[in-house]
Design a protein around this ligand. Sequence first.
Ligand code: SF4
Length: 288
Amino acid sequence: MAGAVWAAGMSPACDLCSEAAVFLDRVRGRHLCGHHLILDVEERVRSTLGEYRLILPGDRIAVALSGGKDSTALLHLLGKIAPSLQGITLSAITVDEGIAGYREATLRVARDMAAAMDLEHRVISFEELAGSTLDSMVRRGEDHPCSLCGILRMKALRVAAEERGATAIATGHNLNDEAQTVVMNCLRGDLRGFTRPPVMGPGGGGMRRIKPLFRIPEKEVALYGMLTGIFRELPECPYAGSALRTEARRILDRLEYLCPGTLARVVEGQEEVSAIWGGMPGGVRAPE
Ligand code: SF4
């Protein structure tokens, strides 16, 4: 765990005001109250958007809204930021993989949130895209549901985003997700994956895929969701987590606890590698 969170009545004061702190940022060595944590997360996302030019004037951004903590936080945040950007429109896409006992609850959250924000919301299912639910594929012997799910979900997002004339797809990947992916690519010897930039800036043509939360640790995204009132307890996917991702997560969480800042350094290091290898901005150009 990178940060510490306290129960009410036990916490020290915020370093920026006299309110009780809800969070200790161990990387920057400061306590933050709920109000300042919200401002801090929003400011860091704004700065990521500006630094990488992730959002361009007139962009039509399709937000991948699973209904989970990351995607709901992302949509909430972009909804707050969008009015200050030039001519940005937001819409939401939810992919229904067809996972019984899991997807129904998150779909409800996604529908409610899109309706509350008055956004166009497209639900696209694996059944519609591939003629079968993920559950049926697993019943027929699919051994790696997460790998297949990842490929089909990206395809579904692309199809739905193209239908809407979107210029970019925004996903809710956070810092922990990105660091885990870097480690997994190393362990698999996946050079192409390892040199792929964590975010796509402008250029490269076609629809961009952007990750505005990629510098925000998972704990802070979850706290942001709780403090802004959008966080919902949801069931976990029954196929959750490949063995490799679970192991990468375990190792990185331990290292982050022992050495705060490890997650950020892993992602920053990968950014440098992808830049040196010609992947920034706009695409992967690993040597053949
Ligand atoms: Fe798909 Fe795996 Fe995520 Fe479940 S845990 S939604 S199967 S990627």
